[in-house]
Design a protein around this ligand. Structure first.
Ligand code: 7RM
Length: 632
């Protein structure tokens, strides 16, 4: 497989970026021409950012799975598409060639059809990191069903909310999932969700952990039984370039997660284009993205991008620290991984275990390293470079979002220079700008502002499922005619971008987006809680920790209440949203109009008790001192 759209030198990068701005339609038509279309598009781009209404490759017809699977069969059918490493290193790993993956996807696509799934239907997928997860995702794409993958750490309540929002009538799950020393009873969580929701018609259950499950007659069916009676051949559904490919829920500044909708054509083109360019992928290399497919990183850089490029992906079921802190390095060594794409939080946690875990393994197969999910601090960057890359592997720091579908700002490995803690430069096709408070573009270098994108790229969010106005209000209203990212950004004298973090009420905990309002809602559901305010604070491993200030009616034991609140948050959202610290307070710093002054709460959570700034607008300035005294 060759990649005519691969940019291989600094000069080519500059030329490509320039062309992408001067002639975006010509630029993207050239990239998109390298994929299999059942019908070529009539028009490359139709757009406005006011509604917003963005359409790429208008009138084009395709099926994403033909690009990810069928077109590789003749030349590289026997080569590995997925190498799967199980949670337990003593269990045999599995390799699925492109031919095998294609066969499994087609058969499972028929299973979906046999169970009533039709084009446009929403299918919720709640599974661990097993090959069947990738198979289920691709099988949906095969028949034009819209998948909505939910990360295995989310609670029954979170699942129920998402099922209702997406009006999903079908679920694919497993009895359980292995993660380190734990196993998570997935089907049982689904059953709890289904006690709250009555729209689901079928649940297809994969046997993985042999955890006892309840199987309800006429509703729940086993994966293996269904596969055994399904046909092998499944022609790919003809999809419009703008037909939705998937929904993925992500947190914003309101209490309710949004269903980000991605298209078929534009998303696919951008996922493959960014994969090949950022990682400078060469055929036969083994690409290991450690993210879960439940997050956008797994969608774009385990499934769609790499498979579309005919790459070999490493898929890992477990966690970096089990059975020991050398697990990633053991996998790299065992499977001769060439590209390792992971998160700063994982790097920091492994760093804390010491270098002996890394040094034990042969990492000489590594060529390129990547980071995603949050700003990477310099210490972690240098540790990654020195101890993992041995000073020989370019590191790509990739900035992007669920809403952008693919990597937007990053160096291209070994082609454009890296700078520790900087995502550096936009990919050709991406036009970032920094905005001031008044809504003007900030010109020049060595400046800071809010990061916006001024021109569409193919994998831009199309809508928020079932509520287009929400999409407009969230991303296209703060700065008219721009896409607003929600991130703050600094640009250095050379024009390199450094993402400094969210400027809205969204936390980034271990690379997971969590809205402060979401956590507050969950805490407030606990009996006796009168009110709460949640802020982030710097956390050595997680990047940000969650600090909750809670007003409680105080009739119970404080420590017990604390534990109960944690339990409530785990129930309502999932364990990832549990506050690291809970401080019981008598009052919250509120303005006369009733707004909580989070700035003050953030300072206290950070342990910075100095100058609280202007507190004269507070209803009761005394609460600030009370909170300071009780700081954890
Ligand atoms: C891919 C992903 C998006 C938010 C985004 C940023 C932060 C992501 C970086 C980063 C600094 C990076 N999607 N973020 N990557 N910050 N440097 N390389 O993470 O939707 O889950 O989160 O994550 O704040 O807005 S996401």
């Amino acid at each position: 497989m060759s990649y005519p759209y691969k940019i291989g030198s600094k000069e080519a990068y500059q030329a490509a970026w320039k062309r992408s701005v001067e002639d975006p339609e010509g630029f993207w038509a050239d990239v998109a021409g390298n994929f299999d279309w059942k019908k070529r598009w009539d028009k490359v781009l139709d757009w406005n950012f006011t509604e917003p209404n963005v359409k790429w490759f208008v009138g084009g017809k395709l099926n994403v799975t033909e690009n990810c699977l069928d077109r590789h069969l003749v030349e590289r059918g026997d080569e590995a598409a997925i190498i799967w490493e199980p949670n337990n290193p003593k269990e045999q790993y599995r390799t699925l060639s492109y031919t095998e993956l294609h066969a499994e996807v087609c058969r499972f696509a028929n299973v979906l059809k046999n169970n009533g799934v039709r084009k446009g239907d929403r299918v919720c997928i709640y599974m661990g990191m097993v090959p069947e997860l990738a198979i289920a995702v691709l099988a949906c794409a095969r028949i034009g069903a819209i998948h909505s993958v939910i990360f295995g750490g989310f609670s029954a309540k979170s699942i129920a909310d998402r099922l209702v929002d997406a009006q999903a009538e079908y679920i694919v799950t497993a009895d359980g999932a292995y993660r380190g020393a734990k196993d998570i009873p997935l089907k049982s969580v689904i059953d709890d969700a289904l006690d709250q929701v009555d729209i689901v018609k079928k649940v297809i259950v994969l046997l993985r952990t042999k955890t006892p499950v309840s199987m309800i007659k006429n509703r729940d069916v086993w994966w293996a039984d269904e596969m055994a009676r399904a046909d092998a051949a499944c022609p790919a559904e003809v999809m419009d370039a703008e037909d939705p490919l998937f929904i993925l829920y992500t947190s914003g500044s309101t209490g309710k997660p949004k269903g980000v909708v991605h298209s078929s054509g534009g998303y696919m083109v951008y996922a493959a284009y960014s994969f090949v360019n950022v990682f400078q992928y060469e055929p036969a290399q083994i690409h290991f993205c450690t993210a879960d497919i439940g997050w956008i990183t797994g969608h774009s850089y385990i499934v769609y991008g790499p498979l579309c490029a005919g790459a070999t992906v490493m898929m890992f079921e477990g966690i970096p620290t089990w059975p020991d802190a050398g697990r990633f390095w053991d996998i790299v060594d065992k499977h001769k991984v060439n590209i390792l794409y992971t998160a700063p939080t994982a790097i920091r946690s492994l760093m804390a275990y010491g270098t002996e875990w890394v040094d034990k393994h042969d990492l000489s197969s590594l060529r390129i390293l990547g980071s995603v999910g949050e700003p990477i601090n310099e210490e972690a960057w240098h540790w990654f470079d020195k101890h993992v890359g041995k000073g020989k592997c370019p590191i790509v720091d990739t900035w992007w979002q669920t809403e952008t579908g693919g990597i937007m700002i990053s160096n291209l490995a070994g082609v454009t220079p890296a700078k520790p803690s900087f995502a550096t430069l936009p990919l050709p096709g991406v036009q970032p700008v920094l905005m001031d408070e008044k809504g003007n573009e900030i010109e020049g270098n060595d400046v800071s502002g809010n990061l916006c994108i001024k021109f569409p790229w193919p994998s831009i969010i199309r809508t928020t499922y079932g509520d287009h106005e929400r999409c407009r209000a969230n991303y296209f209203a703060a700065y008219p005619n721009y896409y607003f990212t929600g991130d703050g950004c600094y640009m250095d004298v050379d024009g390199n971008y450094r993402i400094t973090g969210r400027v809205d009420d969204v936390l980034n905990v271990s690379g997971h987006r969590i809205g402060t309002a979401e956590v507050e809602n969950a805490i407030n559901m606990h009996e006796g809680v009168v009110e709460s305010a949640v802020v982030g604070y710097p956390h050595d491993l997680k990047g940000q920790g969650i600090y909750a200030y809670v007003i409680h009616d105080n009739t119970h034991d404080e420590e017990l209440t604390r534990q109960d609140i944690l339990q409530t948050v785990a129930r309502i959202i999932g364990p990832i949203a549990k506050p690291d610290k809970i401080q019981f307070v008598k009052g919250l710093p509120k303005t006369r109009s009733g707004k909580i002054m989070r700035r003050i709460l953030r300072k206290i959570a950070e342990g910075d008790m100095s100058n609280m700034g202007d507190t004269t607008t507070l209803l009761d300035p005394q609460v600030v001192d009370d909170i300071k005294e009780g700081k954890l």
